[in-house]
Design a protein around this ligand. Structure first.
Ligand SMILES: C[S@@+](CC[C@H](N)C(=O)[O-])C[C@H]1O[C@@H](n2cnc3c(N)ncnc32)[C@H](O)[C@@H]1O
Length: 279
């Protein structure tokens, strides 16, 4: 297994990756809302932001295998002095189409732990656009991500393995307690169990996965847990140590901790226990 964290602008470094060599790309780019990332200034004209996503998507399409998938995490965001809501997933969809990607699902990732608003409804979701290069041939391991049936005595349980997790996913955002326990400083960290689900669903052990906006390295940690090779690209060198530390701690959590066909409470307890046992 090979896991690499490369420092630089992904628009440049993606060019070094061979054609059709990556099975799955999963990423959460900057949302242009002024997050304190360090080197990268997360407030640029909207057109420049679209250009960034467009450039990256073009390269992603080149390096993906013909049956590969691109999972792009985007959110409605408040922009400008009036904090008008701009639905970034709409731009993401346009960019997918311009690059010949077919939308397989627009997953809604919902969570509770987020700030409350007083002049509009509080935002409680982001979208994950799942794009495939070939709508007739792509990797989808439904059986690896099935969740328990809603009704315990559901007849389909006989010999059944659970139900489709649907396109609405609940995953807690990484809270301050977990950040403190793991000594994490990155401002926008993906929930690890969510990325584990995506990798299980759309890649195989031994595949190479890529995150062009790698941050604290969550996608690489998920790859290590599931025996995938991974490349992460990050413009800010300050997060490399954090990602490496995560790989040698969280990267050793057994894959069984993320078994999906158990109650939400059981999964949550198991994950928190695994984290609390890390040295
Ligand atoms: C939303 S964060 C990703 C967080 C990551 N998913 C995690 O779990 O830690 C976006 C990251 O993209 C980085 N970034 C911004 N522009 C970049 C570029 N052109 N190339 C590579 N990384 C970039 C930022 O520094 C930031 O760390």
């Amino acid at each position: 297994m090979q896991i690499e964290y490369r420092i630089g602008d992904c628009r440049e470094l993606l060019k070094e990756i061979p054609d059709a060599s990556v099975r799955l790309v999963v990423t959460s780019p900057p949302y242009n809302i002024g997050k304190p990332y360090g080197n990268y200034k997360d407030k640029i004209p909207l057109d420049k932001w679209k250009e960034l996503i467009s450039d990256v998507t073009r390269e992603v399409c080149r390096i993906l295998t013909p049956d590969g998938s691109f999972f792009l995490n985007l959110s409605p965001v408040p922009l400008g002095a009036d904090k008008e809501i701009i639905p970034l997933p709409f731009y993401g969809y346009e960019i997918f189409r311009e690059n010949g990607l077919h939308l397989r699902n627009m997953i809604t990732w919902t969570f509770n732990n987020m700030q409350n608003c007083t002049n509009r409804l509080s935002g409680r979701y982001e979208n994950i656009l799942w794009g495939v290069k070939d709508i007739k041939n792509y990797v989808f391991h439904l059986d690896d991500v099935r969740i328990p049936y809603i009704t315990k005595n559901d007849k389909r349980l006989e010999g059944g393995t659970g139900r489709n997790p649907t396109d609405v996913w609940y995953f807690d955002r990484v809270n301050n307690m977990t950040k403190k326990k793991l000594d994490l400083t990155h401002p926008t960290i993906y929930p690890l169990p969510m990325i584990v689900r995506i990798l299980k669903m759309s890649s195989d052990p031994g595949d190479t996965i890529l995150d062009p906006f790698a941050g604290s390295g969550t996608s690489l940690v998920a790859a290590k847990i599931l025996d995938r090779n991974a490349i992460g690209i990050e413009i800010d060198a300050q997060y490399q140590k954090e990602a490496e530390r995560r790989l040698s701690s969280e990267g050793n959590i057994p894959a069984s901790v993320f078994d999906e066909c158990r109650s939400e409470q059981e999964k949550k307890d198991d994950f928190l226990r695994a984290i609390s046992e890390l040295s």
